[in-house]
Design a protein around this ligand. Structure first.
Ligand code: SAH
Length: 342
């Protein structure tokens, strides 16, 4: 395993096996995860010979900043190059409560949601825990401010990369390292039922977001291929169980696609499906992706849809749009042609 993905115990063990003095493990761990240094040459309290040995035996597998775009609302999109030449993007968002980072978990995505740009370039590979951590470390360096919240809503399906994502979460919340609060982490899934069950067993205090986007199988099948594997009844059953087992409210994402899933009838059907459940609905007028046939619902439609949900006792809010002028809004992250062609 690469050193940036190792827990402190694993790193100590690996150093011991290589006859590196025990106290060096703590030093290196702190450089990596407390000071977020991704270059051995900057670890100044290590002797040069040790730095050379570490470079050879424990190369740091991390992203490198390749580009950066700032939107008029202050949202920043970072383009990272991974070792091996793949690219991912992540987005730094400013909220009243602090900075939040939208983290990518895979290069591309294989889930195939019809309205999402991450689908377009196809799936390339899963990211390691260390690569995901480096997305945060580099974004924090770039913004000069603490990143206090993360949302796993960038490119990729986090639950398709289950083990690495779990490892990433435990490293990011390690009090010897970045020490993020578990409550400030949101994990979004298109609805992989067995993995939601696995996650439930862990009883984590993070927020689970489920990309629902439709009130029934007929519509959901049309826009989300994953629904043919895990139909909406199965998905909502596991969600209900999740809220009971973890006492955590689920957040349902609902991208509003004009003429597809935004009718009054859809709102009523959605309300009746979710009735009695510990949940919240996040409505997002779909962001336009070039080449995609879907258009966002009008503000009036969104308002009416929200009202119907609320009248039925379902908590709903409309998600604020950030970074739309730099293609950094939900579902817009993807590898640009230029990079993919390399
Ligand atoms: N794979 C995960 C997380 C990545 S996407 C998931 O599916 O949940 C984060 C959210 O953005 C998901 O709810 C996704 O459905 C939504 N999304 C994708 N494309 C979008 C678009 N063009 N407009 C609005 N939301 C979009």
């Amino acid at each position: 395993m690469d050193i940036l993905s190792m827990t402190f115990e694993e790193l100590s063990e690996a150093f011991a096996q290589n006859s590196i003095q025990t106290f060096r493990a703590k030093q290196v761990w702190e450089w990596l995860h407390k000071h977020q240094t991704l270059d051995y040459d900057e670890m100044l309290n290590l002797p040069k010979t040790l730095r050379a040995e570490l470079k050879e035996k424990f190369p740091i597998i991390a992203c490198a900043v390749k580009g950066k775009q700032t939107a008029s609302d202050g949202t920043v999109k970072m383009l990272y190059e991974m070792q091996g030449g793949d690219y991912v993007e992540c987005v730094i968002m400013k909220y009243k409560y602090g900075l939040s980072l939208c983290v990518s978990t895979e290069v591309g995505c294989k889930m195939g949601c019809a309205f999402c740009a991450s689908t377009i370039g196809g799936f390339k590979r899963r990211l390691t825990a260390g690569e995901m951590l480096s997305e945060i470390y580099l974004a924090q360096k770039e913004s000069g401010e603490r990143i206090s919240h993360i949302v796993l809503m960038g490119m990729g399906e986090p639950l398709d990369n289950f083990d690495n994502v779990m490892r990433f979460i435990s490293l990011a919340t390690d009090e010897k390292g970045l020490n993020l609060s578990m409550r400030n982490i949101s994990l979004s899934t298109c609805g992989l039922v067995p993995e939601i069950e696995k996650l439930m067993q862990k009883h984590l205090q993070l927020t689970l977001s489920v990309s629902l986007h439709a009130p029934n199988n007929e519509i959901r099948n049309r826009i989300m291929p994953v629904n043919s594997r895990y139909p909406i009844e199965k998905l909502l059953d596991v969600c209900r169980e999740y809220t009971l087992k973890t006492s955590r409210r689920i957040s349902f994402e609902y991208s509003m696609l004009s003429g597809v899933n935004d009718s009054d009838e859809c709102a009523r059907e959605l309300a009746s499906r979710l009735r009695g459940m510990l949940c919240h609905v996040n409505l997002i007028p779909v962001n336009e992706v070039s080449g995609s046939p879907f258009r966002p619902s009008s503000p009036e439609r969104v308002k009416k849809f929200t009202e119907i949900l609320e009248k039925s006792g379902i908590n709903a809010t409309v998600r604020r749009k950030l970074g739309s002028d730099i293609d950094a809004s939900c579902g817009q992250l993807r590898l640009r042609q230029k990079e993919r062609g390399k």
